[in-house]
Ligand binder design. Structure first.
Ligand SMILES: *Cc1c(COP(=O)(O)O)cnc(C)c1O
Length: 391
């Protein structure tokens, strides 16, 4: 029995310290062992053929992977959870379990770019019809349903542009038509948005980001509601998804500090976002935790916090090339894509041409991940970037 099963009513920080740990099963050691395995032995043919033994073959799980799957299922309040070798692997696993040939899939226009690529290159080839919708559509999504619409892909806030989505309204419209709602919840994590509790059927996290939290492993998780679980479990087994135990262990280790790290990312992120709002070179800060953000009311209603990832747009007179000069002047911020680690990162964003359903107004934009460094140093680095903007 897990320690968490004995303490169901405890607070989130307490549960994060205990979920997915079974010290009594491992001679009292606090953490589960890292099990390097393929073959599992059986004592006799009767046991082998009965299927009654907990583990049969490491592809379907071992004590290390089960510890993290149990913890993710508990953290998400889900019926069950599976791991994937990357966040994109988790998106693939969720979508392949939700749609089949001949089905129609609705995808938010603000979706993570590689998820759009999966839909365009793979799902369409396999006979899935895909349409993109305005991320701010809310209950209006009902009008986009066709008789064969089986799933709605959501992500809030959106990748690069940070639009919020009215998830309860989308869930209501989808469930009324017996369609599943899939959500990429990487930005908030289940700590700041209870996706399953809001009716999402398949909640995806790129564990590479905040769960692992130290830029040293790739991981994905998919948690399912009761009605989505059977197909997720079946698809997971069929695809042969497996994550190496050392990486799973890094996910388990990151989990223990997820809440305290997120609190700091949120606090520092909001401080820097507010400071950027006051800069003359900045026309807009894309952060739903700011009162000025168009998605703020939805964020305040449904989310309990914000992570450290957001973007800002330069005023229209700043060219894309000048925004690159800003980035090249940064010393503390790294130029890199995968965020969620302890360090601050920045990337250039081209808003034009990123969408198919809805145009995105704006010029040169920069996405920032605010890490765990001192905010005075983060600000000083950004000031150097602004100084370099005009050459
Ligand atoms: C990074 C990211 C992913 C993909 O995660 P990987 O582990 O890099 O494959 C998926 N969704 C979002 C929103 C992300 O930011």
């Amino acid at each position: 029995m897990s320690s968490s099963e004995k303490t169901p009513a405890k607070g989130l920080a307490t549960r994060l310290a205990h979920m997915g740990r079974y010290p009594k099963e491992f001679h009292g050691f606090v953490n589960p062992p890292v099990v390097h395995a393929s073959t599992v032995l059986f004592p006799d043919t009767k046991t082998m053929l009965s299927g009654a033994q907990t583990y049969h073959y490491a592809r379907r799980g071992n004590p290390t992977t089960n510890a993290l799957e149990d913890a993710v299922a508990e953290l998400e309040g889900a019926h069950g959870a599976h791991l994937a070798p990357s966040g994109l692997g988790a998106v693939s696993l969720a979508l392949l379990s939700a749609v089949s040939s001949g089905d129609h899939l609705l995808v938010t226009d603000s979706v993570y770019g590689p998820t759009r690529n999966l839909a365009e290159k793979m799902l369409k080839r396999m006979g899935v019809e895909v349409d993109y919708y305005d991320p701010t559509i809310g209950a209006g999504i009902a009008e986009l349903f066709k008789p064969n619409t089986r799933a709605v892909m959501t992500e809030a806030p959106g990748s690069l542009t940070f639009e919020m989505q009215d998830l309860p309204a989308i869930v209501e419209a989808a469930h009324a038509r017996d369609a599943l709602v899939v959500m990429d919840n990487t930005w908030a994590t289940p700590v700041y948005f209870d996706a399953i509790g809001h009716g999402v059927d398949l909640s995806v996290q790129a564990g590479t980001k905040y769960l692992v939290g130290h830029s040293d492993a790739m991981l994905g998780t998919v948690a399912a509601s009761e009605r989505a679980w059977e197909r997720l479990d079946e698809t997971y087994g069929a695809l042969g998804m497996h994550v190496a135990p050392d990486d799973v262990y890094l996910g388990l280790r990151g989990l223990r500090t997820l809440k305290v790290r997120l609190e700091r990312h949120m606090e520092s992120g909001l401080e820097i976002a507010r400071w950027l709002e006051g800069r003359p070179e900045v026309s807009r800060v894309r952060h739903p935790g700011l009162e000025s953000d168009p998605g703020h009311a939805l964020w305040a209603r449904d989310f309990t916090g914000a992570s450290g990832l957001f973007a800002f747009d330069f005023t229209d007179d700043v060219t894309f090339e000048q925004s690159c000069a800003f980035l090249d002047a940064l010393e503390l911020f790294g130029l890199g894509y995968s965020w969620g680690g302890f360090e601050s990162l920045a990337i250039p964003v081209r808003l034009k041409g990123a969408r198919t359903a809805t145009p995105v107004p704006g010029n040169a934009s920069i996405r920032l991940h605010i890490g765990l460094e001192d905010t005075a140093d983060i600000r000083a680095d950004l000031e150097a970037g602004f100084a370099a903007l005009r050459g």
